[in-house]
Structure formats: structure tokens, C-alpha cells
Design a protein around this ligand. Sequence first.
Ligand code: THU
Length: 135
Amino acid sequence: MKYEKLLKEAKKAKENAYAPYSGFRVGAALLGKSGRVYTGANVENAAYSVTCCAERVALFKAVSGGERDFDAIAVTSDSDAIIAPCGVCRQALMEFSPHMDVVTSNKNLDCETETLDQLLPKAFTGKEMETKSGS
Ligand code: THU
């Protein structure tokens, strides 16, 4: 499988999840066009809404490190079910690479691959603001 190595990096990243509130550990690995891999795990907070998903942790590490173009992201958890990024993470990723592959998996790394624009059709991109008709 093309993204086996990336999935394994996501599984390893999951080990550092900080998830005392949900008990649900998630790991992500984001592959930059440079070939570099940026990993992330979910980081929860006593004020629940402050929590950051694994996918955005990986994305923000990458972008703040200077990488903005991505080929793929792999995501995994401890669940028997295949998990896909939440809507907020889809939108955050969409800003940079709409056509990237999103590799979703279960705890055994059984996986499915779709593109980000398949997972988030009709996304808000910001281009809409260029055609506004006045305020
Ligand atoms: N979570 C992720 O990190 N990524 C996802 O794709 C889904 C949800 C986290 C957020 C929270 O820490 C826990 O999983 C339960 O929602």
C-alpha cells in the first residue's frame, strides 16, 4: 500500500496523544511535497473546546516550519472503526492542498483513501470574497 509508512508514523504519533477527558487517542502524519513528514496527536484540555485534533497539530507544525504544500495525511486511532478528520480539520487542511490524499484508518491500519476535496465538497476557499457586491 502506497501510504503504509505514513500510516505507521501516524500510529507512532498516537502514543503521545494527551486525551485524559475522552480517552480517545488519535495520531496523524502529514506528508509534505518536500518529502518531510510532520506528525501530530490530539491534545485535550480541561476547558474542552480548547482541544486540538491530531490533524491540526500536524498541520500547524508543518506550516509554522515553512511547509505549505502536501501530498497526503494519514490518520488513525484505537477504534475498530475507520476514522476520518472532523470538519474543522478538513477546512484547515483545505487552505493548503485541496487535492491531497486523506488516508483514514482503524486501529489495525486497515485504510481507505479519498482526496480532501472529495471529503469537503463545496468548501469555502476565500475566493468568494473577490466577487462580493459591496457592503
Ligand atoms: N479527534 C482528533 O484528534 N481527530 C479526529 O479526526 C477526530 C477527533 C480527537 C479530538 C478529541 O481529543 C477526541 O478525538 C475525541 O473527539
